[in-house]
Write a protein that binds this ligand. Structure first.
Ligand SMILES: Cc1cc2nc3c(=O)[nH]c(=O)nc-3n(C[C@H](O)[C@H](O)[C@H](O)COP(=O)(O)OP(=O)(O)OC[C@H]3O[C@@H](n4cnc5c(N)ncnc54)[C@H](O)[C@@H]3O)c2cc1C
Length: 327
């Protein structure tokens, strides 16, 4: 127990789930510490978000007041056909706000010193009554409960439920914000004060107004929030995840696989894995320059295909090894 004899909660992740958990637990008498790996404020992370009744209920439960004008109201929901004409319309009033407003309001409701930024959780241990959390910095925290609010790639979940892996849902989402006055008048007139959907066989797009810079809700200063969901095969997603430098961002997935091999040796396995990637990258870059000079893209492509082909042959001959012995 902590000195003030309150039950103590350790929360991993200082985004929305972490902050909502923290304010709710404080409301029922817990002392709380939130640990967020990012050293920065997270308020530039989001776009638009609907103020759903359960969000309002969570604010009320925590005793946290939202600013008086915290969103943009819409009246009708409309569905558009492919020719942009309204095919369905019904009254469904709701309020749209911004991710940052929810984040900032919850964060400011917590006393200074509750959120510890730049602390990356690595693992926990538990006894019947207590839980101990370890951090990359060497920090160790003891509490009565540990909450994993560390997002879709949760490290807390990875240790607690190692067999549970997130799977691709089959669609991706593009999203963005457009200044209110940047949309052509015809489109604005159709969309303003409404929550709009347009959907087809393999896509769904939605558009609504949200507060603009610093929460502005005056007409002309707001922003159009749009999200475009598209069905996409796993192969196509792999191609999509190439970054602007042409690098495949599959490293994230690879790292998860590596972590899953041996929970107690995650840091060492990761060090080995990252070192091998950098050595491989350096060797590949050096080789590619020579090959390109002598044989152009054809030679580079042949070399690039050879390594995965060798790995495939090795895999077919030996199968997938499940034995890891790192101590
Ligand atoms: C623009 C935008 C709009 C959205 N709109 C909606 C909406 O309308 N409705 C809706 O339901 N949802 C919406 N979402 C999704 C919503 O944001 C997410 O549901 C929400 O952010 C999830 O919050 P979270 O705290 O669970 O996870 P995350 O936001 O992913 O946060 C997890 C946090 O944990 C931290 N972390 C991870 N690992 C560690 C570690 N080892 N140690 C310490 N910290 C760690 C991460 O840095 C991160 O800050 C939206 C999201 C965005 C970005």
């Amino acid at each position: 127990m902590t000195q003030d004899k309150k039950a103590h909660a350790i929360i991993i992740g200082g985004s929305l789930s972490g902050l909502f958990s923290a304010t709710a637990l404080r409301a029922i008498g817990y002392s709380v510490d939130v640990f967020e790996q990012s050293p920065n404020e997270l308020d530039s992370r989001g776009g638009g978000i609907v103020l759903q009744p359960d969000v309002l209920a969570a604010f009320k439960f925590a005793g946290v007041d939202l600013p008086a004008h915290s969103g943009v109201d819409s009246g009708d929901r409309i569905y558009l056909g492919q020719d942009d004409r309204i095919v369905e319309q019904f009254f469904m009033p709701q309020t749209q706000t911004s991710w940052s407003l929810i984040y900032n309001t919850m964060k400011q409701a917590l006393p200074a010193g509750v959120v510890h930024a730049g602390e990356r959780f690595t693992r926990f241990e538990q006894t019947n009554a207590r839980v101990t959390a370890h951090f990359e910095s060497g920090r160790v925290e003891e509490g009565d409960i540990l909450i994993g609010a560390d997002g879709p790639s949760s490290s807390v979940r990875a240790q607690l439920l190692p067999a549970v892996e997130p799977t691709y849902a089959g669609y991706i989402a593009w999203r963005g914000l457009v200044e209110e006055n940047d949309l052509p008048a015809g489109a604005s007139d159709l969309l303003r004060d409404r929550f709009t959907f347009q959907q087809g066989e393999s896509h769904l797009i939605l558009v609504y107004l949200v507060p603009g810079e610093e929460g502005a809700i005056e007409r002309g200063k707001r922003r159009w929030n749009w999200v475009w969901y598209r069905k996409m095969s796993t192969d196509a997603v792999s191609a999509l995840m190439l970054d602007r430098d042409g690098q495949q961002r599959a490293t994230v997935l690879g790292q998860r696989e590596i972590y899953a091999l041996h929970a107690a040796s995650r840091n060492r396995l990761n060090a080995l894995y990252m070192t091998s990637i950098f050595i491989g990258g350096a060797v590949g870059s050096a080789l590619a320059s020579v090959l390109y000079e002598h044989g152009g893209w054809l030679w580079v492509a042949i070399a690039g295909t050879t390594f995965p082909a060798l790995a495939l042959i090795h895999f077919l001959l030996t199968g997938r090894s499940t034995t890891v012995s790192i101590v």
